[in-house]
Design a protein around this ligand. Sequence first.
Ligand code: ZN
Length: 240
Amino acid sequence: MPHPSDTASDQDWADSLSPDRRSLITGSLIGASALASAAWSGPASAATAGEVLTPAATVGIPSGQPGAALPLRPSTFSGKSEWGYHTAAQPTPRPVSVRTGEEQLPTHPRPYTDIKSYHAHIYFDEDSHHKASLLRRWVAERFDVELGDWNLTPRGPHVTPSFYFGFQNELLPVVIPWLQLNSLGLTILIHPNSDNARSDHLYYALWVNRSQPVNAYSMKAVDDSIEVFTNTQPTVRIET
Ligand code: ZN
């Protein structure tokens, strides 16, 4: 059974046709619409435009509630919302700033020397894991980095499969252009490790290719526990 709003959509399409074409099909279209309206049953079909149904005619909303407005069609839901029936009337709150040190305009820039090291997180999925595997091998063969495990499910703030490698600041001028040219199209998050894991992930990040959500709101605002210890033994000279 078509939803009543489908008829309006059909009419829009009909209106966009040429007058000749429209006159050809108008008869059948209107006929179908009339049939559809007639077939539509329930409290709403009994109401004409502008008529206000009594609260008792609504379904799923207790009668007498101020918010019990006329539904476009009767709801089949008969439970009770855990949020009550007045959420639409709530005032709009102002979110609290979580940008550490930026709750108000800072008076001085933050020293870039706060950055102790970097992470590169490489994201992939079931269709791109071969690319991730090749990139991972290339990195391990060429760079003194801390290479992490494969994460085949979301881990920490990372919402898709990923692996990461950490590196010292000195490698940044090489790693960034190297990843730009060798990302294989994968999404890569490069974030600094200052003393603020949340801001490091949410606000100080660089991305190679598209960005994707990072679920870091619950990370500590102050966390200086992240260190990078290299664990690879490069055997290949970086191509230049
Ligand atoms: Zn990281």
